[in-house]
Write a new protein. Structure first.
Length: 276
């Protein structure tokens, strides 16, 4: 973890939310709920934890960030734009024809995207492959994969989880965005996940269970992972709130994939600026 305070990281998370909200409002399209739930995790990784170089996005030794739940990409685009991976004015082109910022991350268009995602369940397999390649190439980089809780319904996820343990990929960190909601209901209604921490422990992972919207807990957990010597892959079960930071979006299924109108945007921006 770089020498940056929790307070500074909270400010970055706030800016990421405000930027993502503006992008979605201007596009009148996007997924604010799942973007907001991952703001603290994304801020901590990009500004505090990952070894990256915005001026050299393809640097072979960089840490990798994979947003397996690709529809939440406005939060990642916000981080990339504010860090200088591309000109900030591009942040106003979300989902426009010809834009580098498509509705799901496209590694062939957008600098800083390590793998194209969108079809749920596939990003973790790519992350396992990257982590394995790093091991075989003698590299020290790490692979952070953000996985949605609804995405865990996909069988391919569990194949990748087993592979990560089988190949002792201690450079792999899975972060579960466990906000309890997916496209068409709560995760308990669609397919109950039961105790995810115990599940990942049973699959051989070094596991942590935290409040994923509490920056202090996020930072402390990443530091523990930095110091770990178990030789096992890692999983952070991050309990989050869908739509976190905007009162009328929080825990509301309808805000999975809906853009605010002008009045809602103004209220949401005021609430985000005020903080929680």
């Amino acid at each position: 973890m770089k020498n940056i305070s929790v307070q500074e990281l909270r400010k970055h998370a706030k800016e990421l939310r405000k930027t993502a909200l503006t992008m979605i409002y201007e596009a009148q399209s996007g997924h604010p709920g799942g973007a907001f739930s991952t703001a603290e995790i994304t801020a901590a990784l990009y500004y505090g934890e990952m070894n990256i170089d915005p001026k050299n996005p393809k640097w072979p030794d960089r840490d990798r960030y994979i947003l397996s739940k690709g529809h939440a990409c406005p939060i990642q685009y916000a981080a990339l734009g504010l860090l200088g991976y591309f000109p900030e004015e591009k942040l106003h082109t979300l989902r426009q024809e010809g834009s580098i910022l498509q509705g799901h991350p496209d590694m062939k268009k957008c600098p800083g995207i390590d793998i194209s995602t969108g079809s749920l369940g596939q990003g973790l397999s790519c992350g396992v492959g990257m982590a394995l390649a790093g091991k075989r190439d003698g590299k020290d980089y790490r692979v952070f994969v953000i996985v949605g809780d609804g995405e865990l319904d996909e069988g391919q996820i569990w194949e990748a989880v087993m592979a990560g343990n089988a190949w002792n990929l201690d450079n792999l960190v899975i972060i579960l965005d466990n906000n309890g909601l997916q496209l068409d209901g709560t995760t308990d209604q669609v397919i109950p996940h039961l105790d995810l921490t115990k599940k990942f422990e049973a699959f051989g992972y070094e596991t942590y269970e935290i409040d994923g919207n509490d920056m202090e807990q996020v930072v402390e957990t990443l530091k523990k992972i930095d110091d770990s010597t178990t030789g096992r892959p890692k999983c952070i079960n991050a309990h989050t709130v869908k739509g976190k930071g905007v009162s009328f979006m929080e825990n509301q299924l309808g805000w999975h994939g809906m853009a605010p109108n002008a009045e809602q945007y103004a209220i949401a921006m005021e609430e985000l600026e005020r903080g929680f």
